[in-house]
Write a protein that binds this ligand. Structure first.
Ligand code: UTP
Length: 407
């Protein structure tokens, strides 16, 4: 793309200020900016006005497989899952493309050291959990790691330096997630440098389309991978590809299994799994009516009682149906670093604009069936979002200690 084409493209979307420093840039930076303008899809900006207040459908409860049932059927579930893993039908996908802004570290979140008496990196904990299953089943599970343009090099370098914390290098595949531009509250694009529009990863549902763009769906087909367990980087206790979960999902014959935890209290502020117009979905805590709050299942427990923890086992044959370019795009208020009029980089302490994200919940809603699978919160849910307070390094350390993990 040349300058006049870029100018035309930016003018058409009312963003010609992006070229304001063009003349003063060295040639290579000029080219970088033109390339970014050429490759970026600016149509997301139109979503600002139409994103809010989407109509919801009719909610109904969706029964979870509870811990009591899992315990009673343990052998059957385990054997089915272990068999699928041993046959190479199961892969894992680490979602590590996020910016981790709440934690506030400049490095990728997985590089964060949560140790006390010795180093213990988030990535190390995650890989150690997966290695438990590798050892148990004597199978090197294919591991995909999704990074973003912002943290790819640092992530790859770190894991290589640490010898992948014992994981087999040739069973790991890295790929970068797609990016979306970010703008201020008036829809004006931010620039993060004089030759670069501010961008951010396109949300936790960007993984499948990004994987396809990287040509990696071929690995799924070539290796006969039927199930893929996608999971967040920041839950340092979660079990990944655990055989009982895999077995339960297979035996329930659903499109996706979702690990869930029982709500800590009826009014806990978490989204819970449900059906919406007959399809799996999540109802947010503020959307629960009085009637839904009081509804009970056949065992007398609250009917809307299980929150998701971002650990899902997708049936790969259904993915192409759900993750297309028409996935809903969510407009999210976030802190976006930018350059001011003098070209100085500003890192805001409060949200200053919008990012555009596809969310995995919308993928779930496009599938016909889902098994919510209960895991015990204290054993499998230690998310690290913040440094201190709720869902923090502090709370995760306490939970790790409770589970006898040396810190
Ligand atoms: P969060 O929603 O907690 O976002 O991600 P985040 O970017 O890590 O943190 P904040 O909100 O900026 O503080 C949940 C999981 O989804 C991944 C994250 O890496 C994390 O594992 N994720 C999120 C992506 O891989 N890509 C994204 O675009 C967003």
């Amino acid at each position: 793309m040349n300058y006049s084409e870029a100018k035309e493209k930016m003018t058409a979307v009312g963003q010609e200020h992006i070229l304001k420093y063009y003349e003063e840039l060295p040639q290579t930076q000029k080219e970088n900016l033109l390339k970014q303008i050429e490759e970026t899809d600016f149509s997301v900006l139109k979503r600002i006005d139409c994103g809010a207040g989407e109509e919801r459908g009719k909610f109904a409860p969706l029964a979870a497989m509870k811990v009591s049932e899992i315990e009673a059927r343990k052998e059957e579930l385990y054997n089915t899952g272990a068999e699928a893993i041993k046959a190479g039908k199961t892969a894992a996908l680490l979602l590590a493309g996020g910016m981790g802004t709440r934690l506030g570290s400049d490095s990728p979140k997985g590089m964060y050291d949560i140790g006390i008496t010795k180093p213990l990196y988030i990535f190390e904990r995650i890989i150690s959990n997966l290695l438990d299953v590798v050892k148990e089943t004597d199978t090197w599970i294919r591991l995909f790691v999704m990074t973003s343009e912002k943290n790819h090099d640092a992530t790859v370098k770190f894991l290589k330096e640490k010898n992948y914390f014992g994981y087999k290098e040739d069973r790991i595949v890295f790929f970068k997630q797609d990016m979306a531009p970010a703008c201020d509250f008036d829809g004006k694009l931010y620039m993060e440098a004089k030759d670069r529009i501010s961008t951010s990863p396109n949300g936790n549902a960007g993984w499948y389309s990004s994987m396809v763009r990287a040509g990696l769906d071929k690995i799924l087909t070539d290796e006969g991978i039927e199930w893929i367990d996608i999971f967040a980087v920041d839950n340092v206790l979660q079990r990944i590809c655990d055989p009982c979960f895999v077995g339960a999902t297979i035996l329930s014959d659903v499109s996706v299994g979702a690990k869930v935890v029982r709500k800590a209290a009826p009014d806990e502020k978490v989204g819970v799994m449900c059906l919406e117009d007959g399809r799996p979905s999540i109802v947010e805590y503020y959307e629960l009516s009085e009637e839904m709050m009081n509804a009970k299942d056949e065992t007398g427990e609250p009917a809307y009682n299980y929150g998701v923890i971002l650990n899902y086992l997708f049936r790969t044959s259904e993915l192409s149906k759900v993750a297309d370019d028409n996935m809903p795009l969510h407009v999210v208020k976030k802190k976006i670093p930018y350059i001011d009029d003098n070209g100085t980089v500003i890192k805001p302490s409060e949200p200053n604009g919008y990012k555009f994200e596809q969310l995995v919940l919308d993928m779930i809603h496009r599938l016909s069936s889902c098994l919510p699978y209960e895991v015990i919160r204290d054993k499998e849910f230690a998310p690290i979002k913040n440094l201190t307070g709720v869902d923090s390094v502090e709370t995760a350390r306490e939970l790790l200690k409770k589970n006898n993990i040396e810190l």
